[in-house]
Design a protein around this ligand. Structure first.
Ligand code: HEC
Length: 237
C-alpha cells in the first residue's frame, strides 16, 4: 500500500514535469522557425551518440505522443538518454522479502544520532511529524492496537502500526530520505536509522543491531493487515 502511494507520487511528479516542459517548448517554437532545424541536428547527434559515453539530448521523444505536446514528428529535445549504468544505479528496489538487501550493519544508538542530525528537523525530535507537510513516523498509540483506523480516523499512523514490512522501510529511507538529499545515506546508516525507527515504535529491542538477515526476520506488528495489490497479473502472491 505504501509502495503504491509512493509510486503514484513519483508518477505525478514526472507527469507534472513533462507537461511543464511541453508548455515551455510550445512557446519557444511557436515564433521561431529556425528551431526546427536545430532540433533535427540535435536528433542526428543523439542517434549517433546513442552508444557513446557522453550524455546526449534525448531527441527521440515524439511530441505528438502526448496530448498538448508540440505535435507529431516534433521532438522535445530535452533530457538525456538513460545509460545502462544510470539505470543500474537507480534500479535497486528492495522488496518485501528483503532478498536484495545490501551488506552492512547499524545499531539503534547510531541511528538515534543520525536521526537527530538529519531527520528531526522535519519529522520532529520524537518522530511526531510536522503537519501538514512532514509525516509522523513514531509514537505508536496503544489505542491504535487492533488496527482500528477505519472506525477512528484520528488514530495516528506510525511506522509501528501502519507499515507492512521492515524491509521496505529500509528501501524507502535509502531511496527517498533525507528529503533534500535522497540517496546520500550509506547502507550502514540506513540500517542504523531503520533500527532506530523500529525500536522507537517498540518493534525491535532498544539495543538491537540490524543487518540484512536480522532485518528480514523482523515481522511488523500489523503485517497481516496488508494484502498484496492483486490488480496486476504478476503481483506477488
Ligand atoms: C526536509 C524535510 C525532511 C527530512 C530532513 C527528512 N524527511 Fe522523511 N519525509 C519528508 C517528507 C516531505 C515525507 C513525505 C514524502 C511523501 O509522502 O512523498 C517524508 C517521508 C518519510 C517517511 C515515510 C513516512 C510514511 O509513513 O509515509 C519516512 C520513513 C521518512 N521520511 C524517514 C526519514 C528519515 C529516516 C530521515 C533522516 C535521514 C528523513 N526522513 C529526513 C521530509 C523529510
Amino acid at each position: 500500500m505504501r509502495m503504491t502511494r509512493v509510486r503514484r507520487v513519483l508518477l505525478g511528479a514526472m507527469l507534472g514535469g513533462s507537461l511543464a516542459a511541453a508548455g515551455c517548448d510550445g512557446g519557444a517554437t511557436a515564433g521561431a522557425s529556425g528551431t526546427g532545424g536545430e532540433r533535427a541536428a540535435t536528433a542526428g547527434a543523439a542517434s549517433g551518440a546513442a552508444t557513446g559515453a557522453t550524455p546526449v539530448r534525448f531527441a527521440d521523444y515524439d511530441g505528438g505522443a502526448v496530448p498538448g505536446g508540440p505535435g507529431a514528428g516534433r521532438h522535445y529535445g530535452i533530457g538525456i538518454r538513460a545509460t545502462a549504468a544510470a539505470i543500474t544505479k537507480m534500479d535497486r528496489d528492495i522488496g518485501p522479502d528483503g532478498a536484495e538487501l545490501p551488506a552492512g550493519t547499524g545499531s539503534v544508538a547510531e541511528g538515534g544520532a543520525l536521526y537527530k542530525a538529519q531527520c528531526a528537523m522535519c519529522h520532529g525530535v520524537n518522530g511526531e511529524g510536522m503537519a501538514p507537510a512532514f509525516p509522523r513516523l513514531s509514537g505508536r498509540d496503544p489505542a491504535a492496537e487492533g488496527f482500528k483506523f477505519a472506525s477512528d480516523p484520528k488514530l495516528p499512523h506510525t511506522i509501528g502500526n501502519y507499515w507492512s514490512h521492515a524491509t521496505t522501510l529500509f528501501d524507502y529511507i535509502r531511496r527517498a530520505m533525507p528529503h533534500v538529499a535522497p540517496g546520500s545515506l550509506t547502507d550502514d546508516q540506513v540500517y542504523a536509522l531503520t533500527a532506530y525507527l523500529l525500536a522507537k515504535d517498540d518493534v525491535i529491542a532498544k539495543d538491537a543491531t540490524l543487518d540484512a538477515a536480522a532485518l528480514r526476520a523482523v515481522k511488523m506488528p500489523y503485517a497481516d493487515r496488508f494484502v498484496p495489490d492483486d490488480r496486476r497479473p504478476n503481483a506477488p502472491k
